[in-house]
Write a protein that binds this ligand. Structure first.
Ligand SMILES: [Zn+2]
Length: 166
């Protein structure tokens, strides 16, 4: 059993990680997978927009935006970084639309859908981190993670796929 380390967490103390959940459409999942396959064997990255509203710890993804992997080309097979300017622009657009950045997705070519130490060092608490495992141009496992307030580790959160009503 893990200690309930969030009891004393400052700031977003209301988020109960054991109930953390992110909801997205099947179509968005397919969009992320398509992106991940298109950049293979390099990592892809993108932002998820939506709202934190609803139950504590639940996020609803309303739209995605592909971002450029701005890491140096030689290292893109296992690293990604989002250009800060591109990130700021995306944040501004979200502001204007009335939604917000609720998470980041990226792919792991030939590696499990689990954040790396590098990912942990560059992540923020409260955002969701969706990681897609890609092998031989096929998207395999997709998992979502949230960084603990003390940044010590990522914990898995439930990734719920909503079926499109079309
Ligand atoms: Zn990663």
């Amino acid at each position: 059993m893990q200690k309930s380390s969030l009891t004393n967490a400052k700031g977003h103390g209301n988020i109960n990680m054991r109930e953390a959940r992110i909801v997205l459409d099947q179509q968005m999942l397919e969009e992320m997978h398509a992106h991940a396959i298109s950049t293979y064997p390099e990592e892809c990255c993108g932002l998820m927009f939506g709202s934190f509203s609803g139950n504590a710890g639940e996020k609803k993804v309303l739209r995605l935006r592909r971002m450029k992997n701005a890491f140096e080309p030689k290292e893109r097979y296992h690293r990604y970084t989002i250009d800060p300017k591109e990130f700021l622009n995306a944040e501004k657009e979200a502001d204007e639309r009335g939604d917000e950045i609720i998470g980041v997705y990226h792919s792991h070519p030939n590696a499990p859908a689990k954040p790396s130490e590098f990912d942990r060092g560059h992540a923020w608490p409260t955002l969701s981190y969706v990681v897609i495992e890609v092998r031989e141009r096929k998207a395999l496992e997709t998992k979502s993670w949230v960084l603990k307030e003390d940044r010590s580790e990522f914990v898995p959160e439930e990734l719920q796929i909503a079926i499109n009503k079309k």
